[in-house]
Design a protein around this ligand. Sequence first.
Ligand code: LLP
Length: 431
Amino acid sequence: MLHKNLGINEKGHLTIGNADVVSLAEKYGTPLMILDDGRIRRNIRLYKKAVEENFGKGSLPLFASKALCFKGIYRLAKEEGIGMDAVSVGELFTAEQAGFDLSLAYFHGNNKTDEDIAFAVSHGVGTFVVDNEDELRALNEYLEKVGKKQKILLRITPGIDPHTHKAIVTGSVDSKFGSAIETGQAEEITRLALSLKNVELQGFHCHIGSQIFEIEPFAEAASVMLSFIAYIKTQTGFEAKILNLGGGLGVKYVEGQEELDYAAVIGEMAKAIKLRAAEIGVSLPLILLEPGRSLVADAGLTVYTVGSVKTIKGYKSYVSVDGGMPDNPRFALYEAPYTLLLANKAGEKGDFFCSVVGRCCESGDILQENVCLPSPRRGDYLAVLCTGAYNYSMASNYNRIPRPAIVWVKDGADSIAVRRETNEDMIRLEV
Ligand code: LLP
């Protein structure tokens, strides 16, 4: 099986966190997202231990909640004692409603509106990750008006190519995010931040991209950032206390892809970072990481019901399911690879090559191509593995298809985390 939390039981059914996927599909209906509580906790603990061991106490993983956002995930993050990265007021609000302490939140975004700034400051967000000069001035003005101070990091683009899909590269010089070191703008915004009296500059942030398997781009980014920290110190006397290196570690979606050992990767990164810091003579700032995908992806799967199986003679076969791009747009957007199997025939060998497609009125509504399934039939349950990240959070109501429910499995028991959207839910804003 793709990950250790998956299995096949005596009925030949797929299991996740020891729960029978077929039984859950029958109980809750499809499409259904199933989340393995134990797997998320395992991933968080692994990260937490690794960052603490390698970077010392105070170093913390911050869950990048764009990967998966609903109240339950913040309750879990709170129980596990990690921080969070938010990119909108919507995420901050959801976290707050779940009882998450926003002083542990890092507020991102390349276009925070005046309303966003006011919300975040008044709700006690711990740290702003300021993207650009306009935002910095607007934040400072607002703080002046309300008589408050705010901790900030500055988002810097180190100019690193992380070798991943172009849509999820974020740290190159030509980017909508942050200020580039290469152009001198990173220094300019640092000087500006140091001159403004209502913001308290803590340090810097960078994020080079997502679904990255190599360590070198991270080590390189860290090295560039440390050199920048050293340079800024010589130029201004300011010594960064925090260096947030973003998220981005890759996840195994299909056989043949690597399964990263996150503890080992963090260990390697730490070695490179410490070496570089010693080389250039800067004291090591507090290191923060912002994993999203690698905390939740492998804890989730989506189960659908097969509706039709169609073979176009001389061409190919299509298996249609009762969800698709509205609940998982990642193939349509990035041609993202996934592992698909029939949950009710999990132990059977595939013999039928097909494209698995959704129910939208659009040819691009594909979940995966070149899939091999064991004699798929209407009524079979089809599972897409490793959908915990960037599926529910990117879901839409395209074609007025309601979003799936999310069910937790924990210690063999199941419970609803997010109820299935209804037709009434979809028209609730309409006058
Ligand atoms: N920090 C920042 C500032 C980010 O922009 C991101 C992701 C992360 C952390 C978390 O990265 P992760 O550990 O999840 O790789 N929708 C795309 C992924 C976009 C990622 C955007 N930023 C996808 O479905 O692949």
